[in-house]
Design a protein around this ligand. Structure first.
Ligand code: SF4
Length: 460
């Protein structure tokens, strides 16, 4: 039975509205954060319904649209709302988010022996589907560069709500061929050039550092989503992941987003652990040292976790000389991944421009996955020596130290998924030797463009 049409329609929190300029054409895309589906509309339709924040009935929405000179016919507004309702993107009334839990100060546990050297070419500013600003950061950006999309005069040209509709909360910047609207042609951040580093949003200043609170400390690590992260391995003298002298959470930039681990973390479909158990396990895994082959290590650890949870001895045994996974075990995974990657490319190619870097990388991932989806090619890929063992070992170290594998899917699935990511990155490198650090591209596209949900599908 479908839900009744809401009396006070609100664009749901999982509706992510993004402004895109695609090869010169303005479009609005609504990503369904739950299903991964995508809905396109023109900026006029967005004008009609952008006040649907649960405080207005249909007459109120018509009035708000007419104030923006967007209103033409009531039936037009109703048609857009009907479409969103049928897609499960409307909710009833005002959203009352859970109160933010009090911030607890904890010591920082920073990934050792690492600093980041950014090449300042803006590669990461053109990959993601969401680049988030606080309202203050957006106001500052609009005053620093008012002519960018004419945002100084009309904020709605440069920003949409990060989630749902309405005027409250964080904002997502408009994307031009998927590049941040404030990215200059020369690849430098226009806000940084004009106003200094503090003119950028905190998320950009802090990227790609990650912060996870496990109840005892804040694990500080780095998301391996940018080639610079891997290029920085073994190069001292880059920027530290936290400000010099920072000891506790209170010393972090106020914009640092600290994720709190839940009290119960699924490690398999029917087993969960506490954050303290995960923290202890991660220390033991890291102490085992860098793996010779990250694919084998991730896969072997997954098997140990499935069999014995986070029993430390079992995980250590799994890492001591991890066997090569069998083709039969990995085949369903690579096939599910190849299908998911191909379907993402199909939907992205229908509206993204040829200049869109996320589309180019998605195509490379889909091609690489397809190249090893038959048993013979997969067997060869599994047996091949790693092309960049230092990068792959760092990837494992950063993920385990930063608790990156906890949360979205059970840990055992996350470990298998990471084995697949490394495998696909190797295949990308084999197909295009000129591609530098394919593993970073895989990471960015998997998280930023919803490829990662394949792991849930294959894990069912
Ligand atoms: S604000 Fe600057 S650093 Fe951030 S994504 Fe845009 S161009 Fe890149």
């Amino acid at each position: 039975v479908s839900a009744p049409f809401p009396f006070h329609p609100r664009l749901a929190e999982h509706a992510l509205v993004r402004l895109h300029a695609v090869a010169g054409e303005e479009i609005v895309v609504i990503h369904d954060g739950r299903s991964g589906d995508l809905h396109r509309m023109g900026s006029h339709e967005w004008d009609l319904i952008s006040s649907a924040d649960g405080t207005r009935d249909l007459d109120g929405l018509l009035l708000a649209a007419s104030r923006r000179d967007a209103y033409r016919r009531a039936s037009e507004v109703r048609a857009v709302l009907d479409h969103l309702h049928a897609a499960g993107l409307l909710a009833e009334g005002v959203d009352y988010p859970d109160p933010t839990p009090p911030v607890v100060d904890r010591p920082l546990d920073v990934l050792p022996d690492y600093s980041l050297t950014c090449d300042a070419t803006g590669g990461c500013c053109g990959v993601y589907g969401s680049i988030v600003f606080t309202p203050l950061e957006a106001a500052r950006a609009r005053s620093t560069l008012p002519l960018v999309r004419n945002g100084g005069e009309d904020p709605r040209r440069a920003f949409t709500p990060e989630r749902g509709a309405g005027d409250e909360g964080s904002l997502a910047v408009a994307l031009v061929d998927n590049r941040c609207a404030y990215l200059a042609e020369d690849g430098r951040c226009g806000l940084h050039v004009k106003g200094g580093a503090s003119a950028k949003p905190a998320g950009c200043r802090i990227y790609p550092a990650t912060f996870v609170d496990d109840g005892a400390s804040i694990r500080v690590s780095v998301g391996v989503e940018c080639g610079c992260v891997l290029a920085s391995i073994g190069w001292p003298g880059g920027a530290p992941l936290v400000p010099e002298g920072a000891r506790t959470r209170a010393d972090l930039d106020r914009g640092a987003r600290v994720v709190r681990l839940p009290d119960h973390l699924a490690v398999t479909a029917d087993r969960s652990v506490s954050p303290a158990e995960l923290a202890a396990w991660s220390r033991v895994v890291l102490a085992a040292g860098p793996p010779a082959d990250a694919v084998h290590a991730f896969w072997s650890l997954a098997a140990a976790v499935e069999a014995e949870g986070l029993a430390l001895e079992a995980s250590l045994r799994a890492l001591s000389s991890p066997p090569c996974p069998t083709v039969n075990d990995v085949l369903p995974w690579i096939q599910a991944l190849a299908d998911r990657a191909a379907s993402r490319v199909g939907s992205a190619a229908s509206w993204r421009s040829a200049a869109d870097r996320s589309l180019l990388l998605s195509r490379a991932i889909a091609a690489a996955s397809a190249s090893i989806r038959d048993p013979g090619s997969l067997a060869a890929a599994l047996a091949a020596a790693p092309a960049d063992p230092a990068a792959e070992a760092f990837y494992l170290r950063a993920a385990i130290h930063g608790h990156h594998l906890a949360g979205k899917v059970p840990l055992a699935l996350a470990l298998r998924d990471r084995a697949l990511r490394v495998l696909v990155a190797r295949a990308m490198g084999a197909m295009d030797p000129a591609m530098v650090h394919p593993l970073a591209a895989v990471e960015a596209i998997f998280r930023g463009h919803g490829v990662e949900v394949y792991a849930l599908e294959v894990g069912r």
